[in-house]
Unconditional design. Structure first.
Length: 249
């Protein structure tokens, strides 16, 4: 990965007269925003957008509203864009028995990856779309908590637009996720950072497992990306940018 001098050089040449501007769409409490701050350093300004109020948001600016509409209107003003569309319409809740159950109670979820991709491509900016297995996101990169020594697995996939990088090695999991499965309790090195009951992780356990210390909202903590994921993504982008600048020099 790039050294600090390479990172400063890449940012200085990319945006010489102002901060490096990052947009975090569907930002939740800003787990992704914090990771990008760690990657890009003090010369970054991060704006988060979410349809819901996020009093615990970790970033410089917060705008409440539709993230895709915001990208359409303002995406060109940023140097790098990340969006994490809600996964309810993309993964397991829309498939198999979950799909039948949702249909029976009249519950539907929007499919947002396609519209998000279309909006991002119009901006011409480098971007990342994050989502779950089974979603329509292109599986350019897969990240897992085990890659960063975290006590949560949380596999997530990242589509990279306008740039590319190499998939990192995925270490073998060290055991099971702790909690009850079909009435039987299993112990293990990972906590279940989703749902409640059945041995699921507490607020303090999720905070420790994901490396998020600025919120105590159980639901938002469950939804948030571990900052380690986007720190890796941000550093990978900077390595690609620095390499392109070296070629052009």
């Amino acid at each position: 990965m790039t050294q600090p001098t390479d990172i400063r050089r890449a940012l200085a040449l990319r945006a010489p007269s102002r901060p490096f501007r990052v947009l975090d769409g569907c930002c939740c409490i800003g787990g992704g925003s914090e990771g990008y701050r760690r990657a890009f350093g003090p010369d970054v300004r991060i704006t988060g957008v979410d349809i819901e109020p996020q009093p615990d948001y970790r970033g410089d600016d917060f705008r409440q509203g539709d993230a895709i509409e915001f990208i359409r209107a303002h995406g060109h003003e940023f140097d790098f864009i990340h969006i994490s569309p809600p996964c309810q319409g993309e993964g397991a809740p829309t498939k198999g028995t979950n799909k039948a159950r949702n249909a029976a109670i009249g519950r539907t979820y929007p499919r947002l990856i396609g519209p998000a991709r279309a909006a991002l491509e119009v901006t011409g900016r480098p971007y990342v779309i994050e989502n779950v297995a089974g979603s329509e996101v292109r599986k350019d990169i897969r990240l897992c908590g085990e890659q960063f020594g975290l006590a949560v697995l949380m596999h997530r996939y990242f589509e990279l637009g306008g740039w590319t990088t190499v998939q990192p090695a995925h270490p073998r999991h060290r055991g099971r996720v702790r909690g009850y499965r079909h009435g039987q309790y299993f112990d293990g090195p990972y906590v279940a950072a989703y749902g409640k009951g059945g041995g699921k992780a507490t607020v303090d356990e999720i905070r420790a497992a994901k490396g998020i210390d600025w919120s105590t909202d159980h639901l938002k903590l469950r939804e948030a990306l571990p900052p380690a994921y986007t720190e890796w993504i941000g550093r990978a982008y900077l390595a690609t940018l620095a390499g392109a600048l070296d070629v052009a020099a």
